[in-house]
Design a protein around this ligand. Structure first.
Ligand code: ADP
Ligand code: MG
Length: 349
């Protein structure tokens, strides 16, 4: 996991807005040819080339989307970038630039903003995106961060939510439910800590879950895997709110139904054991958990052979006619209607 160690406190007021912007952005390097000029002018200049431009944005608010008592600022910065890159990858595109806007109250010293930006910088370096601008302002309470990602895609490579066809296979990358359980573990530790601050939690058996919650990775690699297999998905979406809710978006926008098989849902062993411990149904967690940032996509049935043995992907069901509705086939073979959400994992409003 990322480190978050900063004990010094320098007041933001002493630095001033321009001093702050300079200070936090000076270590960022431009890596993409499409970035003509970045930070420092009234607007960044990007070279649009022949490709189509993708633009996506997300706003994260303290107390609504994250809790700083267990979310270190460096992780917050990293995650704020990931959630946006994930949206670009879900269009089958490449992310090349981001802008970052922050509002911070005077409760935060400069060192806190440095931590936040070290996470943003790590994300930029790892995912080869350029920070090209943003805005900095104050808030009366708490911290708010908004990231916009800009990407590119060849016109013929764009994958929308609306292209799924009857008989298509439904595929998911990675595994599901871990980020939600990571949040449950962290919430529980917070309660324990509130009762007894000397209690040292033993989190060894939850490392994967906590990592998935605090340091999610956007699936930049999936587009490449699919290209290698010569597969173009018919529809794609990233899993931010939970599998059920995302498959609903694909089905409603594609005007189709679906069948998802409970036994096919990919679960990490830590998810299974944590579900037992928390007395949660692992299928519910996989369907409604959210924040996994995996990609959910549909492919023509002709691609079955190419995709079935691939360790990065699981085939979890298939697309049906719209009038069949959205269904989950249980391990016992019973069909039940898919519901958007069993509970609200991400505190999204
Ligand atoms: P303006 O007044 O023209 O909006 P600003 O003074 O707000 O410009 O910003 C100066 C430059 O710094 C711009 O290039 C802007 O995009 C960039 N910038 C401002 N705040 C941030 C931030 N939090 N992160 C990254 N870049 C920023
Ligand atoms: Mg500004």
């Amino acid at each position: 996991m990322l480190e978050d160690k900063n004990t010094q406190k320098t007041s933001l007021a002493d630095l001033g807005e321009f001093g702050l912007i300079n200070h936090i952005t000076k270590y960022f390097k431009i890596e993409n040819a499409s970035t003509v000029t970045g930070i420092g002018d009234d607007a960044a200049v990007l070279d649009a080339s022949e490709k189509q431009t993708l633009v996506t944005t997300d706003l994260l608010i303290e107390g609504v989307h994250f809790d700083l008592s267990y979310m270190p600022l460096k992780h917050l910065g990293y995650k704020a970038v990931m959630v946006n890159l994930s949206d670009v990858y879900a269009m089958n595109g490449t992310a090349e630039q981001i802008t970052v806007s922050i509002a911070v109250s005077n409760r935060f010293p400069l060192e806190a903003i440095e931590e936040l930006y070290s996470g943003i910088q790590l994300a930029c370096e790892t995912y080869k995106v350029d920070l090209v601008g943003g805005d900095t302002t104050s808030s009366t309470k708490g911290i708010l961060i908004s990231v916009t990602a800009i990407g590119k895609v060849e016109k013929e490579d764009i994958v929308l939510r609306s292209g799924a066809k009857e008989t298509d296979l439904i595929v998911v990358s990675g595994d599901l439910g871990a980020a939600y359980l990571g949040l449950q573990v962290l919430e529980r530790e917070k309660q324990v800590f509130n009762v007894d601050p000397n209690n040292q939690p033993d989190l060894d058996s939850y490392t994967y879950l906590i990592e998935r919650q605090l340091k999610p990775e956007a699936r930049r690699d999936v587009a490449g895997f699919l290209k290698e297999l010569a597969i173009k998905p018919t529809a794609m979406i990233d899993i931010s709110d939970g599998l059920s809710s995302e498959i609903m978006h694909i089905c409603s926008q594609s005007k189709v139904g679906c069948k998802i098989y409970e036994e096919k849902l990919p679960l990490d062993p830590q998810v299974i054991s944590a579900c037992e411990e928390f007395n949660l149904d692992s299928t519910m967690v996989a369907l409604s958990g959210g924040e996994d940032y995996e990609l959910l996509f549909t492919v023509p049935i002709a691609d079955f052979e190419a995709i079935k043995g691939n360790p990065n992907f699981s085939i979890i069901g298939h697309i049906t006619a719209e009038n069949q509705g959205l269904n989950l086939v249980t391990r016992a073979g019973q069909e039940i209607e898919l519901k958007a959400q069993g509970w609200n994992a991400t505190k999204e409003v």
